[in-house]
Design a protein around this ligand. Structure first.
Ligand SMILES: O=C(O)CCC(=O)C(=O)O
Ligand SMILES: [Fe+2]
Length: 495
């Protein structure tokens, strides 16, 4: 299949106008010295009217001005959810803003001699199919009938993922959540798509027709308020019933989401917020997951120093196409699975992960939680009191979350705090012993490294400061060694 506007990759054999020429120089004039990225950055600043005018200047500019991501931005930024997707974002925008415009009425046009990886790669990613080779590895334990003791000992304490096969199958949602049922549940209401409220019907018609490189995702944290009957159709597994953020009532950080997406939509590389753990249960469709333990940064991903941001390829498909075959280049192979309809994945705290939806209408519910096991990590994370690192609540509420949580714990669960304190004391003692031992041998003890998540506690990469759906990174929030004379960590509270 060829690019719809005739764009060729820079290193392609045919990147000329058919007679061995590129139209870049003639089409851009003095601007030809700019790299494509700079040109696109300029175009991103222009209003739609100017983009349409610029498209008339030359073939090269015409091809750039057709880039549908530019028109997608106009729709999302200007139309405030009042869009009804029509074949492309450009058509969608023009249908709303140009009186009498008839979507699909313009003939597709191709230009010769336009070479640009910046335009070509997104199209390649948008049209490429999921490669069966990406789906071969499935190395996460599948368990049913796990007791809390077994779960804690085998998975939660060692911070390892596990798939539960006997939870979602019991949810009424498995029988009920057809598209038609959800359409009824959301009738006349709006759902959150790409951070914006849109009607559920508008989302469905977009989901069926879009050609986006990374399709918009319905990622709705308000679904239980918008359609309260949906809350009755599923329940958190008993293994995760102990959720200490629940003590904060309505002021707890965002914690549950309905997730619906088309084929090839999904979540890009991130760690979940505030060092919480999560579960993700698939009601319809299936998802390919790739995960790395906290101390292994996935290939192609560059977290900022404080961990508040992540730089990674723009789309999930680009990551799979460019990096999946190099997945072991970071020192260990990732943990992977296809999470199938009716299965639920435990996502341990601070693990890097992506999820790629493999079917047209993949429907899942996810919840983040704080159990006694991850409580020390969540407290250590929140203790940074940094609005850049703490997330899931309003900017104003972030810095105070640690103190509010501590107050709630002191009042309702002093036992849990005592255990954290005791664990801290043990960690401190161990660190001091190690320190002494290392002094004897005049070298630091080598940290054990492995890929199954069983990493020494003080080695664990800290958590991220991002909203759950956004790619996010590590944060220097765990104050390893803070105030305690090496190795351990201190929460600074008094019981
Ligand atoms: O289903 C997905 O897209 C993954 C969501 C996610 O990152 C999670 O549940 O932690
Ligand atoms: Fe996540």
């Amino acid at each position: 299949m060829a690019h719809p506007h005739g764009v060729q990759p820079v290193l392609g054999l045919f990147g000329d106008d058919g007679e061995g020429r590129s139209v870049r120089g003639a089409g851009l004039g003095l601007l030809a010295t700019l790299p494509d990225e700079a040109l696109m950055a300029i175009l991103e600043q222009l209003p739609a009217r100017d983009l349409a005018r610029l498209a008339c200047v030359s073939k090269f500019l015409w091809a750039f001005c057709q880039h549908d991501e530019l028109w997608k931005a106009f729709c999302l930024e200007e139309l405030e959810g009042r869009w009804d997707f029509r074949a492309s974002w450009q058509d969608t925008y023009l249908a709303v803003t140009v009186p009498g415009y008839w979507p699909g009425s313009r003939k597709p046009r191709k230009v010769a001699g336009v070479q640009s990886d910046l335009l070509y790669t997104p199209w390649l990613c948008a049209t490429a199919a999921v490669d069966p080779a990406w789906l071969e590895v499935d190395n996460i334990d599948r368990r049913s009938g796990l007791t809390l003791g077994e779960f804690r000992e085998q998975y939660e304490q060692p911070n390892r993922p596990v798939i539960l096969t006997d939870v979602v199958t019991k949810w009424p949602a498995m029988r009920k959540w057809s598209r038609r049922y959800l359409q009824k549940a959301f009738k006349g209401k709006q759902v959150i798509v790409g951070d914006q409220p849109v009607s559920f019907d508008a989302y469905c018609s977009y989901s069926d027709q879009n050609n986006d490189e990374l399709p918009l995702y319905l990622f709705d944290k308000t679904f239980c308020q918008t359609a309260p009957q949906l809350a009755k159709d599923y329940s958190a597994p008993e293994l995760f019933a102990d959720d200490l953020f629940g003590l904060l009532g309505d002021s707890r950080p965002d914690w549950r989401w309905l997730i619906i997406g088309p084929y090839k939509s999904g979540s890009s590389w991130h760690k979940d917020p505030n060092s919480t753990s999560a579960w993700n249960g698939v009601v319809r469709g299936s998802k390919k997951w790739v995960m790395y333990p906290p101390h292994i940064t996935p290939p192609g991903v560059r977290p900022s120093e404080d961990g508040a941001d992540v730089a990674s390829p723009v789309s999930l498909m680009e990551w799979f196409l460019s990096f999946y075959e190099h997945k072991g280049s970071v020192g260990c192979a990732p943990t992977e699975c296809i999470l199938k309809e009716g299965e639920l994945l435990f996502v341990p705290r601070n693990w890097w992960h992506i999820a790629l939806n493999l079917e047209p209408d993949t429907v899942a519910v996810t919840q983040n939680f704080v159990s006694e096991v991850n409580l020390p990590h969540v407290l250590a994370h929140l203790r940074s009191r940094s609005p850049a690192l703490v997330s899931g609540c309003s900017q104003d509420a972030r810095a105070g979350l640690y103190d509010r949580f501590l107050t709630a714990l002191k009042e309702h669960r002093p036992d849990a705090l005592e255990r954290v304190e005791a664990a801290e004391a043990t960690a401190r003692r161990r660190a001091e012993e190690q320190h002494k031992l290392a002094g004897l041998f005049r070298e630091a003890p080598a940290a054990a490294r492995c890929c199954n998540g069983a990493v020494p506690e003080a080695d664990r990469a800290p958590a991220n400061g991002a909203e759950k759906p956004a790619p996010a990174a590590t944060a220097a929030a765990v104050a390893a060694g803070g105030g305690s004379g090496g190795g351990g960590f201190s929460f600074g509270f008094k019981l």
